[in-house]
Design a protein. Sequence first.
Lengths: 856, 225
Amino acid sequence: MQNNDKVSYTTKTNFWWILKMALRDSRKNKSRLLLFISSIVLGIASMVAISSFSDNLKKDIDQQAAELIGADLVVDSRKELSESAQHLIDSIKSISIASAEEKSFASMALFEKSGGSRLVDIRALGGNFPFYGKLETIPESAESSFRSGKNALVDKTLMLQFNAEVGDQVVIGTQKFTIAGTLTNAPGQSGISSSVAPAIFIPLEYLESTGLLQKGSRVSYNFYYQFPKTTDVDNIVEKLDAPFELEGLDGETIQMRKESTGRSFDDLTGFLSLVGFVALLLGCIGVSSAIQIYIREKLNSIAVLRCLGVSSRQAFLIFLIQVAGIGLIGSVLGAALGVLIQQLLPVVLQDLLPVAVSNDLSVIAILKGIALGVFISILFALLPLIGIHRISPLNTLRLSYEENDGPKNKYKTLVYGLIVLFILLFARMQLDSWFQTLAFTAGVLLGFLILYGVSLLLVKMVKRYFPHSWSYLWRQGLSNLYRPNNQTVIMVMAIGLGTAFIATLFFVKALLISQLSFSASSNQPNMVLFDIQSSQKQKVLDLVNKENLPVIQEVPIVTIQLETINGYNEATVRKDSTLGLSVRSFGRELRVTYRDSIISSEKITDGVWIGEVGKGDTARVSLEKEYAQRAGLKIGDRLVYNVQGLMVPTIVGSFREVDWNRVQTNFRVVFPKGVIDDAPQFHVIMTKTPNSEISAAFQLAVVQRFPTVSIIDLNLILTILDEILSKIGFVIQFMAALSILTGIIVLIASVMISKYQRVRESVLLRTMGASRKQILTIAAMEYLFLGTLAASTGIVIALLSSWALAIFSFELPFVPDILLIIGLFVGVSALTVIIGIFNSTALLNRTPLEVLRKED
Amino acid sequence: MGSILSVKNLAKIYKSGSNTLTVLQHIDFDIEEKSTVAIVGPSGSGKTTLLGLCAGLDRASSGDVILNNINLNNLNEDERAWIRNQHVGFIFQNFQLLSTLTALENVMVPLELRGASNIKEKAMELLEKVGLQDRASHYPSQLSGGEQQRISLARAFSNSPKILFADEPTGNLDTETGERVEKLLFDLNREAGTTLVLVTHDLELAARTQRVIRLKGGKLLDNAE
């Protein structure tokens, strides 16, 4: 007998033969393999599009950062400068090569010609700001000419809204300015920011004469500096950190703006990447399921190859190469589609972006996308491919495919582990913290697990409680859910996940819109008049009454500052961190009110509210709970407030919970009546106008008589908010649509694969005399069961996630829209049935013999 | 002439939970090189199982299968695959051609696996021998049953096997086609000097072999010469 040890059991075949076999094997399955890869195309497309867009955005922010801020350094203050702060500002000026100053605040602007008025962002500018980039105007010369007289640059949205032209007059406060030009862009301004608060630039020297700078006005003081190229501006700001904090100043350099802008858009692109990633995962599950069916069908071929001497490793490689190949083709197609989508993203998002984003191809993003596609296809296909090891050549004699719990299951566990690890690492790359990463991964896995569990449960329940009394067609359709090679699990997962995604988006959108509508509903104010001086209050109220408008709320506002807490001033608190008090509570201007009762948007949570101060008593103020927690304050703490020069001692009497979402004036600190009633104050009046005509007429009347009074038209804000939500929503919906499309493709692929599974059976039924209608009914039943189950599970997941988002993120009560739920349920179920029937129809159009021969 | 296949006290037992099913037991025989042998027996007698064990497609529960002086029971599945490629040819009742490969490619696979040279020429030569050279580029689904089995014959002989196992080679064919395939099988076998072991129900076919091994209930009845 030959000694086995001396035999070299190695075949002479090399990689090229395996590659050749892979190509040969895939040759007759091209259309099916293409169907598999279509599942990952959209996922990769979204990844490449977002990644390229993100790369371009980063590059463009880097390149345009100087123009974004317009200066090497901006120092801003929310309050009028103290003497020492002014000294600091002057000292910075002394080392700069150019400087400019700006005071900006919200005020009404009245367009004389049209008589229209609106709350705008007045920017009174002195000096040649911006030093980088420019104020883009039409005509171009207006950028410099407006500075030399009583002129204004008016934002293009205002020019359009009020049909204004260059040369028209705009009234700001008590002064008329000539419109020198239309402002089309200013440093750091995005489309959205200009529609929320459109800017009007006027020369600083004319600000005083407008009469708008009054005690208590919310003015932002900005100082812009340009330094020699060699100056390390960031170093200067670092050194000035302490004095800046002391004076309540904030400094921002080009580098800081670059980082903060980049960071905020990292969040956006990270979020969009994750949405794309979920689409990709969904596609991969589709690929995995399709490959599993494919391998099952290849059982015989693999067994024959094994008979002919192909090793299990070689057989594994033949199919692995096919998967890698289809993964590569799918990824390249996806990357190409992604490049096309990327061209659209800057157009859609331009209004949200502070920089002009280029459309350059990002080779890195494309390569990363393709590598990701190939890797993830292989990773997910490994699960079914591992099964190849188990295929015995004996199958050529007796066909059987038995699951076993042998050592190969260890590989399966390893692959599952790798998949979870991969999701975790990928999510970590897109998200800021491990907590978010774990929450995302857990959420995704939980979603998949719920759908997986539900589909398994369905199979079990149908088997256990099979309705034997039903008609044959129904029974046949139902039994297809658990028979060998069924597609129940993958279809429920694909359809369910897609449904969960779109339903969550719909629910959240409905939630936000209902909140906005609530604000605009009949019993809520829709117009806020503020900056009303005490002397004007009665006259404004008279005007409101004259126009037959209701006064829904009238609130006095006093500006104060916190001086001491339990006798400790800012300096002491800064030195002694053991006191547990926040330094930030000091020195900041607080706008507070006084009244004798609490209002509907508030609830006392701790302590007692006393609405009026008795003679000789210390006032017991009520603090908003979260504000008090941040400041480290407790009930009974003694606070001294500086009420415009007068020191007023108070005691923390109660904490309130405030619903900030209500359209009402809400305050962190509320005084009882009888303490600050006589302090210098201004007033806010809330009213409700029935329509836009009356609203416009009323605004005009107010602005003409009280030029210093500002008006917020909530209807306008709602319109703008709706516009912003639509724009952001469009992008999110676009990305979600990719997920849903992927879901549909996986669904079509699953249905088509199951078609291959069911082909013999259908042909047999037809041979035995089943009519076309009967076969279609069986298919319709099967897909109806699948569709309804998947849709309802998806909707339940969406309800859970929307509820969590509503409660924990938006802090709103969640009331699901029943009509929306019914619509989604019917829509998804119907789509599933239609796709199922459509595919079966394609099958019925071929003759039984043709099908059987092809299947051989 | 020496023995090419030696089966010693072979048994195959399937276990399913607490149940055991003995398919084969106490099987002993030797097959001489270049001889032709038929394994016959009623359905369920263990013929196909025995063929599978002899060809190294499955592992015996006990006993030994020594093929070309190599004890198959000592080898793992990949090593047995190597043995099959080097020494064994197969013909199946349902032809078992690879549906995604053309007729020519099906014949080429065993040669390609061996890393042989002039593969295409050799494969074409075999197709000519089975009279299907003009069907080289056809896929199995484009061929009749008889044609598929002739391609299967060409493939079985392509790696010049020392021993050829045939499982009901004419079982799926009509009488006339079956007879043509049968003749071709014996002619090619004689020409190549290969040992032929075939499993069949067809006693006429069995009668054309030099020796018949009869099985019943998993046991050997006798070895009729």
